[in-house]
Design a protein around this ligand. Structure first.
Ligand code: ATP
Ligand code: MG
Length: 270
């Protein structure tokens, strides 16, 4: 599938308010980001990181200034069109009730093997359906060890059941696995990984991710970071980062402080 071409994302003196009587949350941020860059968006709690991310998707419109994608003011792009090209993975990524397949490929654009391969690429399953040893079309695959427990509690990660139904069956996942409303039968990190698998299938040119909180264990976090490194090359990846380790080798940083922001040049040396 061809990727939608998106080579740059610029902000010019962006000012954002949630309503006219409230003070501005972002007051005058300018930056230029390019395709293929990994950008860390950092700042204190309440500094406007999520607001900036949401502005890129027009969940909130600026009171002045503008955001340009490939030189086009996003206020002139229809919201549905815009949001179909940008993947946003929120901190508390939710899934909808239905099958895992519905969640991965809501419009039925891909065959089962491609959907399973996406789960493999985000490290949610341990065998690729494309590999000779892997499960064949439609079959279940063993889930690679994942846990929503803190790392300290992970003595033996492989015995952790994917579902909290109290059974001790070997955790399996298939495209027919039922997802409960909101995705509550998956951990926060797993929901983000599933949202990433969906992003891979959509081949989004811009992926914005609000890093999951510290409730995601180290192993899952490492998987998420590996997926980002391996799978989103060529995309513009903007990560709202809460951990320094996440952004240490990123290409660029956008730092928000009290609504003001600055953008670093390429390649940091921290
Ligand atoms: P965190 O690291 O805690 O996620 P953040 O940097 O993402 O913080 P934002 O969520 O963007 O911060 O919030 C920035 C400011 O905007 C805060 O002062 C917040 O109170 C305010 N704000 C956020 N959402 C709304 C809203 N829907 N209506 C009014 N004010 C809001
Ligand atoms: Mg936030």
């Amino acid at each position: 599938l061809p990727r939608v071409a998106m080579s740059s994302c610029e902000s010019e003196n962006l000012v954002v308010k949630y309503s006219p009587e409230l003070p501005s949350v972002i007051h005058g941020i300018s930056f230029t980001l390019k395709a293929g860059e990994r950008v860390g968006l950092i700042g204190r709690t309440g500094s406007g990181k999520s607001t900036l991310a949401m502005s890129l998707l027009r969940f909130v419109d600026p009171v002045s200034g503008r955001i340009l994608i490939d030189g086009v003011d996003i206020s002139s792009i229809g919201v549905n069109d815009l949001r179909s090209r940008i993947t946003f993975i929120p901190q508390d990524a939710t899934l909808f009730s239905g099958t895992l397949r519905d969640n991965l490929d809501p419009f039925g654009d891909h065959d089962d093997a491609t959907c399973m391969d996406a789960l493999y690429r985000v490290h949610l399953i341990s065998d690729s359906p494309r590999a000779s040893r892997g499960p064949s079309r439609g079959q279940s695959a063993a889930v690679s060890p994942l846990s929503s427990r803190p790392a300290s509690a992970m003595g033996s990660a492989t015995d952790v059941s994917l579902f909290s139904d109290g059974t001790d069956v070997k955790p399996v996942i298939s495209l027919n696995t039922q997802v409960s409303a909101g995705g509550t039968n998956f951990s926060q990190g797993q929901r983000q990984l599933i949202a990433m698998a969906r992003a891979l299938l959509r081949r989004s040119a811009v992926v914005i991710m609000d890093e999951a909180t510290s409730s995601v264990d180290f192993a899952t976090d490492a998987k998420i970071q590996n997926t980002i490194r391996q799978e989103f090359t060529g995309s513009l990846l903007i990560t709202v980062a809460h951990r320094l380790k996440t952004i240490i080798d990123y290409d660029r940083l956008v730092v928000l402080d009290n609504g003001k922001g600055w953008c670093s040049s390429r390649r940091l040396s921290l």
